[in-house]
Write a protein that binds this ligand. Structure first.
Ligand code: SAM
Length: 207
């Protein structure tokens, strides 16, 4: 089963209060760290059900949301309709293999998607081409974990990343570090005890 179909199969149960809380937190930190304004054109890569975009959309001009999974995007479309949101456009697309014909984004975000990509440094380098000069890219993902975060590790290419991994991506993509922090911790029940999975945010700027 390819990754798009895998996410299709979980789309209707993907959204949980925890994911809503963590997405709100991501947006809060993004707004604190980046001078986001109503002129911003934003791309979200691996947008899924729009967990992050639903909270970000009131602060920007427009969000272009890309994902491989039609099922995840269907849930996202329902949320857009229910909330009467006018400034999100959705495309079923793998930008890394198919490309995209719009450029000059002010901000690109990608949340909890990089651990599904074989070569995150190449992905970052490709995404940089869609940014305007001085534009921001924000990657949110799992800090290094022991392989217990997902109950099924099919399509999981990395058990999270540490700060050194992230530094290597930035060097490869030739993009300037702007901010790094741990922004959230996901709690899961594992072997009868609560386990914490920290989540980091890296923001970089196109020189
Ligand atoms: C764990 S979900 C994250 C969804 C959302 N960003 C969030 O934070 O809740 C990962 C998403 O990335 C998408 N995805 C994985 N690889 C992709 C690719 N190469 N291009 C577009 N979407 C991709 C999957 O279909 C899935 O919806």
């Amino acid at each position: 089963m390819d990754i798009g179909k895998r996410f299709d199969s979980v789309a209707n149960r993907y959204d949980t209060p925890d994911k809503e809380e963590r997405s709100k937190r991501f947006v809060q930190v993004l707004l604190e760290k980046i001078p986001v304004n109503k002129n911003f054109k934003v791309m979200d890569v691996g947008a899924g059900t729009g967990t992050v975009d639903i909270f970000l959309s009131p602060y920007v001009r427009e969000i272009v949301a890309l994902d491989l999974s039609e099922g995840m995007l269907d849930v996202f479309r329902q949320k857009i309709e229910k909330n009467g949101i006018q400034n999100i456009r959705i495309y079923r697309r793998d930008i890394f293999s198919e490309g995209f014909d719009e450029k000059d984004f002010d901000l690109i975000i990608t949340s909890m998607t990089f651990h599904h990509l074989k070569e995150p440094e190449k992905a970052l380098s490709q995404l940089k081409e869609y940014l305007k000069k001085g534009g921001y890219i924000a990657v949110i993902d799992l800090y290094k974990e022991d392989g217990t975060f997902h109950s099924d590790n099919t399509d999981v290419m990395h058990f999270g990343f540490d700060e050194k991994d992230v530094e290597n991506w930035l060097k490869y993509a030739d993009i300037k570090k702007y901010h790094y922090s741990i922004v959230y911790s996901i709690q899961k029940e594992r072997n009868g005890t609560k386990k914490e999975y920290p989540v980091f945010l890296i923001i970089a700027i196109k020189k």
